[in-house]
Design a protein around this ligand. Structure first.
Ligand code: SAH
Length: 398
């Protein structure tokens, strides 16, 4: 096996079980190690720190699979990582609140670059590192074996980050078992959703917002709700099933709204008035302001405004803009559920942006809850980068 040697002092983060070895930390590596190949990672003074997957074209030059000099990763090792990750989700399957669960959450489950989402028996994976790509057959076969009632395992290869790892950006393919239907129906609490596993965002659905949907639902009874950046309706459908008086779903994507309408039709209940608006949220909020339209609850769940740390100040202005507009549209005691999925946007900065928006809106707010990605999207203590999603639920005090 090839051996890579780290520069003096650069063994520290690996010793703390951080899985990333940056290119600048590598003192020497033999030429021509193939992408995804397992390498022995050694400190400057020769101590074996563990084994990682080599990624020649990425700034993250190796991702650690094992931190134990005696454990060399092989197919059985990778399969056991999958089995353990699935095992840690046993409560989700036992309590049956939902049948849509993330089974493998990449670095935080000891499988760098590997995401596997379970949708009612169908598993959809993303492999976004050279190591993940290298082991993907073994991972898919382990998922087929260990995921409960698994009917098939498929891959989505369309994530742009694959290019950074020198991997081909492609489409959808079945790896194990049967071909999933065009739309997979999942259930979550009082709701049902159709998931487009081939063309939807990520692997098809925002599983990471499950806890936030529940928090929003618990406050929605009788409310006139505005759900901004609705995608396929998640928060809005949840608010409806929890007794909202009306729900307005706003998104620029025609296809997302069409699926949101189909999701509404899956549940026959209640007199909630539903409205769908295909428009830019920034424009729509200004129209509401000019037309003096008000709401009891507003959800703001925008896409990532900051991809990198350098974009964070620009992103902060975007977050402030929509939050300020939304704060002005709330009725007295109204609720704002506001989210950021930019990892580069810290909790502190997000809170600061919200405080500035409230000041400019001339209104007082109190925080009544904070949300984060659900328990099936764990964050390893040694890998704080895994925390990206934050939510703040505010109540207007006047
Ligand atoms: N809240 C959703 C996920 C939102 S993903 C859920 O829980 O399922 C972000 C969504 O914002 C996408 O559907 C995208 O089409 C939409 N979007 C991006 N920019 C937008 C804009 N400027 N105005 C309206 N929608 C936008």
């Amino acid at each position: 096996m090839d051996k890579i040697v780290l520069r003096p002092g650069r063994e520290r983060s690996v010793a703390k079980r951080h899985p990333w070895v940056f290119s600048g930390a590598v003192e020497s590596a033999p030429d021509g190690i193939a992408a995804g190949e397992t390498v022995e990672v050694v400190s400057h003074d020769g101590a074996v720190l563990g084994y990682g997957s080599w990624s020649p074209s990425s700034q993250i030059r190796a991702r650690m699979l094992s931190f134990d000099a005696g454990t060399v990763p092989d197919e059985a090792f990778v399969a056991s990582r999958v089995a353990s990750a699935v095992g840690r989700r046993a409560d989700f399957f036992a309590n049956a609140y939902t049948n849509a669960v993330r089974l493998v959450n990449a670095e935080s489950d000891g499988l760098p670059g590997v995401v596997a989402d379970y949708y009612a028996g169908w598993v959809v994976c993303q492999f976004t590192s050279a190591g993940a790509e290298f082991w993907k057959r073994a991972i898919a076969s382990a998922l087929m074996k260990f995921a409960p009632f698994c009917r098939g395992v498929a891959e989505r290869a369309d994530a742009e980050v694959r290019a950074k790892e020198g991997l081909a950006v492609g489409g959808f393919s079945v790896m194990e078992g049967e071909e999933p239907p065009e739309l997979v129906e999942i259930s979550e609490g009082p709701c049902k959703f159709l998931v487009d596993v081939r063309n939807g965002h990520k692997t098809g659905f925002y599983l990471d917002q499950r806890d936030a949907r529940m928090a929003v639902g618990s406050l929605a009874n009788g409310a006139e709700v505005l759900n901004c950046f609705s995608y396929t309706g998640g928060f809005g459908i949840f608010a409806r099933q929890c007794g909202a008086a009306s729900v307005t779903q706003v998104d620029v994507s025609h296809d997302a709204l069409e699926l949101a309408k189909r999701n509404e039709a899956l549940a026959h209940l209640c007199g909630t008035k539903m409205e769908y608006v295909e428009e830019d949220v920034f424009k729509f909020l200004r129209k509401c302001r000019d037309g003096r339209r008000q709401f009891d609850m507003i959800v703001l769940d925008p896409p990532k405004f900051a991809e990198t740390r350098s974009q964070v100040m620009k992103a902060a202005r975007g977050y402030k803009d929509i939050n300020l507009l939304a704060m002005k549209l709330l009725r007295p005691n109204g609720i704002l559920a506001t989210f950021s999925c930019s990892g580069a946007m810290t909790d502190e900065l997000f809170s600061k942006v919200l405080a500035e928006a409230a000041e400019d809106a001339g209104r007082d707010f109190q925080t009544i809850a904070k949300t984060r990605q659900g328990a099936d999207h764990p964050v390893a203590l040694s890998f704080p980068e895994g925390a990206y999603l934050k939510g703040v639920i505010l109540r207007a005090m006047d």
